[in-house]
Design a protein around this ligand. Structure first.
Ligand SMILES: [Zn+2]
Length: 638
């Protein structure tokens, strides 16, 4: 056991003692925590799908890089619930300028319809209320997106790899689709879409839809998504993009300068797809392609159906970070097929996906690597639990009045996966695999709430699972209480024990860095080694490590990130030029947030952070800026 692990264990014991409410009973069907929004309306949407539901949207949009705007129309096909023929249609918008609205019934011509934009809310945007003639089933909104639309990032040529052409990409999750399409922007509503996108002639448009790699560049592109998806999965990218096939159903789009490296890095994608099908049934979306975005993409990846958007920071040269591809692919089952109905149920998307990711990694790269990744994930979770308020440690989190972004922590991801791992251990792998396969089939193309999952779990696993399941898995504690239940299985890796031994010998001064046996170490072992080192670490010790292993020059973004965090904590100035370079070139929020948060802990660090942020901010995505402005207490008007 290394120092870090012992501290973590001590901490988790304290935490569990503090919240010793532990029940072995699973809650009754439909159970919810006090104040939970489980049976009420989605608190992050103004829309009224219980009266009128949008079934399809037809987009006609012109991409204007000069105006940083999408201009055109969205034609919605709507369906009235019984008795709601006269109800107005209420949509979500954010900073859209609405030109005019028309509606029609059947094959009749469109007629102008009165509409009203509600006052803007900082998080939710403005409602758009449209009065419709009785039985109108088509509504056309002519509009333009705002130049600072939260979902859209407009990159200048210098912000791309090729430096010659501009680039546009969207990020609709969680509630940003409304900043480029007027819609019922709630994951409870699923819709199909078609689109005509007009771009500058020399660029290529791609969407989360059927993309034909053979389409010539013409400046006009047509898309079709025939399976019903939630609005947060509608996605668009425009740039100088080329295609490289990976397998029969898989391929990668990227800027020409990085396409070859991307194809090499992701060459196991088809294998991952086949492995997942073996576990959980057929892939239902036709093709699975990846799109590598410029480095300012704020996320690791986004599971846009048929076309995962990915950060280039996972191209490490040795496939060591491709679990991100497994993660986005896993979403084709958990998230895209079976979808969280509100953002309080986000763990249904991400916890299931992290669990499935571990299973894909195990199937393709072996149990040893899967175990290492699970341990690293648990370490991050336990670190987070030290500082996260108890209310935010709950899987079924209450986000009413907050931006759903605030729920994007390791809780839905790592704690959610740990819960499923507990179920797997209690009921046995064969039984749990069959359960999960059945769950994906049962709820395919539906949006569900936590209570739907609990009911299904009770009916299909727990009530038929015998004594083992009943007594071992505190389902309600996992879902509705903070922390990690005491009986949670602890992931372990024998490989990491050897790494800890090496780390100890270096810490004790028994071995110089140059004599550590690291020749066969993978990324995971290096990461664990760095995390096993104590804080503070004297600067000369940092320098010894750097001289032996060149961490400040690491081409692996995760290792470099870990090292830069340590450099800030230990005031290791030799790494500061690299820190600045990293913060100026990478926009992935997972990396930026901890680095800036570490910097602001001291006055000298805060000044350094401010000076870098001033230069870097214009290149970051609006989503990352929202988070970082808060950490740096940045005044937008300065
Ligand atoms: Zn995910």
């Amino acid at each position: 056991m290394n120092q870090l692990t012992s501290i973590l264990l001590l901490f988790s014991a304290t935490l569990l003692a503090a919240c010793n409410v532990r029940s072995n009973q699973t809650p009754p069907a439909g159970a919810k925590s006090p104040g939970s929004p489980d049976s009420s309306k989605d608190p992050h949407s103004y829309s009224n799908p219980e009266q009128i539901k949008v079934r399809h949207v037809e987009l006609e949009l012109q991409v204007s890089f000069e105006k940083k705007a999408l201009e055109g129309s969205a034609t919605l096909t709507v369906e009235h619930a019984a008795g709601s023929d006269d109800a107005p249609l209420v949509l979500d918008t954010q900073n859209l300028s609405i030109d005019r609205v028309e509606s029609a019934q059947g094959s009749r011509d469109f007629q102008s319809s009165p509409f009203k934009l509600g006052p803007p809310d900082k998080i939710l945007g403005s409602s758009l209320t449209i009065s419709l003639p009785a039985k109108a089933d088509r509504v056309r909104i002519h509009y333009t997106s705002g130049p600072t639309a939260a979902a859209l990032q407009w990159l200048t040529p210098v912000q791309t790899a090729g430096k010659k052409h501009p680039f546009l990409f969207s990020q609709s999750e969680a509630i940003y689709a409304r900043s480029w399409i007027p819609l019922q922007d709630t994951p409870a509503v699923r819709l199909t879409y078609t689109a005509t996108i007009r771009t500058p002639r020399d660029l290529r448009a791609l969407m989360s839809a059927e993309n034909d790699p053979q389409t010539p560049r013409s400046g006009e592109y047509h898309f079709k998504m025939t399976q019903p998806i939630p609005s947060y999965l509608i996605a668009l990218a425009v740039g100088d993009l080329v295609f490289k096939p990976l397998g029969q159903r898989t391929g990668v789009y990227a800027e020409p300068a990085i396409a070859a490296n991307a194809a090499k890095e992701f060459e196991d994608t088809e294998k991952m797809l086949t492995a997942t099908e073996k576990l959980y049934g057929p892939y239902r979306w036709g093709r699975y392609d990846l799109l590598v975005l410029p480095p300012s993409f704020p996320y690791g990846g986004m599971e846009n159906p048929r076309l995962t958007f990915a950060t280039p920071t996972i191209i490490a040269g040795d496939k060591s970070l491709v679990s991100l591809v497994a993660h986005e692919l896993a979403h084709s089952w958990s998230g895209n097929l079976v979808t969280n109905a509100t953002w309080s149920d986000f763990w249904l998307n991400e916890g299931f996906t992290n669990y499935v990711t571990q299973r894909i990694i195990e199937a393709v790269y072996g149990a040893e690597r899967a175990a290492m990744e699970e341990v690293l994930e648990r370490q991050e979770l336990m670190e987070l639990l030290k500082t996260l308020p108890e209310a935010d440690q709950i899987l079924h989190i209450n986000l009413t009045g907050r931006n759903p972004e605030e729920g994007v922590t390791d809780i839905p991801y790592a704690k959610g996966a740990a819960f499923l791992r507990h179920l797997e251990k209690a009921f046995g792998r064969a039984r749990f695999d069959a359960f999960l396969h059945g769950y994906f089939d049962h709820f395919a193309f539906q949006s569900i709430r936590t209570s739907d999952f609990v009911t299904y779990l009770n009916q299909h696993l727990i009530s038929s699972g015998g004594e083992a399941g009943q007594s071992n898995v505190p389902v309600d504690e996992w879902i509705y209480k903070p922390g990690i239940p005491a009986g949670a299985p602890q992931p372990s890796s024998p490989v990491f024990s050897k790494v800890e031994q090496q780390a100890r010998q270096w810490i004790n001064g028994q071995l110089p860095a140059s004599r550590l046996q690291t020749a066969t170490w993978s990324y995971h072992e290096w990461q664990h080694f760095l995390r096993s080192l104590p804080t503070p670490l004297p600067k000369e010790r940092m320098a010894q490590l750097d001289a032996a292993f060149h961490f400040s020059q690491s081409g692996n973004s995760e290792i470099l990130h870990q090292w830069l965090l340590m450099a800030i904590r230990n005031d290791y100035a030799l790494a500061y030029p690299k820190l600045e370079e990293f913060l100026l070139s990478v926009g992935r929020r997972k990396f930026l947030k901890p680095l800036y948060a570490e910097l602001v802990k001291t006055e000298a660090g805060r000044l350094r952070g401010m000076s870098i942020y001033r230069k870097a901010r214009p290149g970051y995505h609006p989503i990352a800026i929202t988070t970082l402005d808060e950490i740096l207490t940045w005044d937008q008007n300065r």
